[in-house]
Ligand binder design. Structure first.
Ligand SMILES: [Zn+2]
Ligand SMILES: [Zn+2]
Length: 335
């Protein structure tokens, strides 16, 4: 196989520069994917800036990938050249630890992110373990499906794991890249959905996406009014929130599940957790099983990301818009 060209970051916070590397021999269990689209997640920005201290430079960011298989290793049985697949945050896991054996590969201690210590999707091609290249159902369009591979599965998995059903009342906190997909999945589960946002001008779009109500979080009285209302609050927000008010917004046995990571430590009152048997939880991406299910449901319920398209060569421009929170709702690069 020939060199792979893409756009790499060489130092924390630097611009993306054209970059090429020799991927070497294709491993027996790997596939090589010719990339058509790649979404830009806030995690890419965190990796570019080394906010988590795990970035390894130079690297090509990008982990919301859709493309077509162009090569499959000798031991790959589930995929062949020509298959259209999606790749998300995870590119590999050990396959034999207790978490991998249970189908929770995202919890594997040897889990390999697609663009940490490897090169990701702001490129022509990418390589991953074939278990993490998920066939895309026919009904999904590549551009609007790409963000489902990280943003989509991140909001889908907690809705599934916390047993959301038609009787459920679900709130989605933060209406951005994750939240706008969260509204659509919560609706598909049959729940009554409330969108929480500090941007009043997102109300109309939130309702169009399937929310039944909108709460403007700049209005503290509004949060008090919904006390005792929700079975699940899914927080996609990256900014600090009035968590005490959100705990009070839960019904008994309700769960506040965090998928966004605000900067400050959380201040909680314990009494409402005890008396209402409420839970504060976190959820990571999702497993390959979750990705298969999520894509199938997205195809059947016509769930798609609202995207701002950019040419791959405009990756710097797109990243700058993501960094400034200007994108509605997901930037997607196209080759
Ligand atoms: Zn992501
Ligand atoms: Zn493992």
């Amino acid at each position: 196989m020939s060199e792979i060209r893409g756009y790499a970051v060489h130092a924390a916070g630097a611009q993306l520069l054209p970059y090429k590397f020799d991927p070497g021999e294709l491993n027996a269990h790997e596939v090589e994917v010719k990339i058509s689209h790649c979404g830009i997640c806030h995690s890419d920005v965190h990796l570019i800036n080394n906010d988590w201290g795990i970035s390894k430079y130079p690297f090509i960011p990008g982990h919301e990938i859709v493309g077509t298989i162009v090569a499959a290793g000798d031991e790959v049985r589930n995929l062949k050249a020509g298959d259209r697949v999606g790749v998300g945050w995870q590119a590999d896991s050990c396959g034999i630890c207790e978490w991998c054996r249970q189908g929770d590969d995202q919890l594997c201690a040897q889990a390999q992110p697609t663009c940490v210590g490897r090169n990701g999707g702001f490129a022509e091609r990418v390589r991953v373990n074939s278990r993490f290249a998920i066939p895309l159902p026919e009904g999904l369009e590549s551009r609007t499906a790409a963000p489902l591979l990280c943003a989509g599965v991140t909001v889908y998995t907690p809705l599934r794991n916390y047993g959301v059903r038609p009787s459920s009342r679900v709130g989605v906190i933060g209406i951005g890249g994750l939240g706008h997909i969260g509204i659509q999945f919560a609706k598909a589960f049959g729940a009554e959905v409330t969108a929480f946002s500090s941007s009043k001008n997102k109300e109309e779009e939130a309702i169009e996406l399937g929310a039944h109500q909108f709460v403007n979080t700049r209005d503290t009285g509004a949060l008090k009014k919904v006390a005792g209302s929700y079975d699940l609050l899914l927080s996609t927000a990256n900014a600090d929130q009035d968590w005490v008010a959100y705990i009070h917004a839960l019904r008994p046995n309700g769960v506040l599940c965090m998928v966004g990571a605000p900067p400050k430590a959380m201040q909680l009152q314990i009494q409402p957790l005890i008396s209402g048997q409420r839970t504060v939880a976190g959820s990571s991406i999702g497993s390959p099983r979750d990705l298969y299910e999520m894509l199938d449901i997205a195809a059947r319920h016509k769930i798609k990301a609202v995207t701002e398209p950019f040419a791959m060569a405009k990756a710097n421009e797109a990243v700058a818009r993501v960094q400034k929170n200007q994108v509605r709702y997901r930037a997607v690069l196209a080759n």
